[in-house]
Design a protein around this ligand. Structure first.
Ligand code: ATP
Ligand code: MG
Length: 330
């Protein structure tokens, strides 16, 4: 079997959290050795779909770049670039909108969730999955490492590729999602029915990759659990289930093993252990980040190098799509 073409995007909101790290970033790092190429994009064009500040966007973009590098992305083994540097993404978005069903966009649960929280519900928020489809299809990616919340968007981009190929001839590739078996949906520690989120979660319930050990301990210490006393997973125990999953990922063990390890232990002790494991998981990233973040020229150089390589691939796909769709001279 040939090597997969891996692609994934992450928003430059800077406040990347434990859910992003476990559900997505960890997988990016791991896929560098399998993907040929492995392509990672900081999706700044997506970030404007909700209220934002332009100067802050630039800062957060560097923050996110430095977090990804600190976590282990290596520009020698992957392409890392800024979405807005590769204009092919936006042109392809418009072209693909012709084979995107309005009804499908209307069904996206993320749009429903996010729009409920916005003062201005931008057309960008509604249209975002088409841009996301263009991001992935521009590289003919075969594998997209994401968290569980992106399942529906990946299904939509498969449908867009299918419809394009049917109507204009085989040019695009239907990508497969790669959702981790464990940790694909880390929940907010304060509201364990909702996913941990960069823009929509509670502050106390969101563990940031860059949080100091003290802040991490405090957040786990006040995590919402339940009135029971057993450390075991269950639909009626979303808080404890989430903590078990986090501990299992951080210690690289099976959740069932975690239940055995903490049989008879109180919630307080268990929370302390989860905090400690999380501190150990994130500390190397935070330390490396502190070294990398100040050198913005170096970060820019990495992004520029990535963009150049990305553009070369995306331009080829776009030329093919334009031609199939009847644009340009014959
Ligand atoms: P927002 O809530 O504003 O959409 P986000 O936290 O989802 O922000 P993104 O940059 O949109 O951050 O997502 C980056 C990646 O992290 C995606 O692959 C997404 O599926 C994954 N991800 C996001 N939240 C979680 C979570 N709570 N658990 C596991 N994976 C997650
Ligand atoms: Mg998201």
């Amino acid at each position: 079997m040939s090597a997969p073409i891996v692609f994934s995007g992450i928003q430059p909101t800077g406040r990347k959290h434990l859910g992003n790290y476990i559900g997505a970033i960890r997988q990016y790092v791991e896929s560098q050795d399998r993907g040929d190429p492995a392509i990672f994009c900081i999706v700044d064009l997506h970030a404007i779909s909700v209220a934002y500040n332009p100067a802050e966007l630039r800062e957060r973009l560097y923050d996110t770049t430095a977090i990804l590098l600190a976590a282990g992305l290596d520009p020698a083994r992957c392409l890392l670039f800024r979405q807005s540097d590769v204009r092919e993404h936006t042109e392809l978005t418009w072209l693909l909108s012709a084979v995107t069903s309005h009804g499908d966009l209307n069904r996206m649960t993320q749009f429903k969730d996010k729009s409920a929280k916005q003062q201005l519900v931008s057309a960008a928020l509604f249209f975002y999955p088409v841009l996301q489809a263009a991001d992935v299809l521009a590289y003919k990616a075969t594998e997209v490492p994401v968290g569980e919340d992106q399942r529906q968007h990946i299904e939509l981009m498969r449908e867009i590729a299918r419809r394009f190929n049917e109507r204009f001839g085989e040019a695009l590739v239907e990508p497969e999602h790669r959702i981790p078996a464990l940790g694909a949906r880390i929940m907010d520690l304060q509201e364990p029915e909702r996913k941990m989120s960069t823009t929509a979660g509670t502050e106390a319930g969101t563990v940031l990759v860059l949080d100091e050990p003290g802040a991490i301990s405090k957040k786990f210490g006040s995590a919402v659990t339940d009135s029971g006393r057993e450390v075991r997973r269950g639909d009626d125990k979303p808080g404890i289930t989430n903590l078990i999953d986090i501990y299992a990922v951080a210690r690289a063990v099976d959740p069932a093993e975690v239940e055995r390890e903490f049989e008879g232990a109180g919630y307080g002790d268990f929370k302390k252990a989860v905090a400690e494991a999380t501190v150990e998981l994130l500390a190397p990233v935070r330390e490396r980040y502190a070294e990398l973040r100040p050198d913005e020229a170096a970060l820019e150089a990495i992004l520029a190098g990535g963009a150049e390589k990305a553009r070369a691939i995306a331009a080829g796909t776009l030329a093919e799509v334009r031609d199939r769709m009847g644009f340009g001279s014959t």
